[in-house]
Design a protein around this ligand. Sequence first.
Ligand SMILES: [Zn+2]
Length: 181
Amino acid sequence: MTSITKQQLDVHHELLKDLGKVDRPSAVCTSGDMPLTIPGLKVDGLGVLSLPLGKTQARKLIEQCRHELEKRTAQAPQKPTDYRRADKLSCNCDDCSALSAFLANPDRKQGRFPLAKKRRQHLHQIIDGNLCDLTHATERCGSPFTLVCTKTTASYEAACKIHKRDLQNLSRIIALENKTS
Ligand SMILES: [Zn+2]
């Protein structure tokens, strides 16, 4: 439910990594924000692509893009109904375990972590690095200061934006198919 954004970023990261291996990056052909064909790219069921695309190959590629978008848009993102948020973190030290338990708790919107500077900084990094649905601020009174974390619906909002973009791309593809059929 809340891990969509991170997954999207992982896919994005993998894609960029693989694109980095293409030895003719200037030949990448795109349509809007959707990379369409890359010469030398192997597509399941279509074999190795080369430009210009044959008519059948282009039709099949468009069809494949449509199928993919249909799968992705089949279900709209679900708005969180409680305060449970994605709780998998890249560290399992005691402080991160406490943070993770707070994230998993469906009833708590705000978590307070009185910690020395180094440990607060560590939690900052973990929150940012793991794209947690949290804002964090340091309450500068008492000793030690307190890191105050408040849950957000950032992942859901990001997923909604992606969903909307996917739906727009899907209607563009359907229009393209209608035009070329
Ligand atoms: Zn940690």
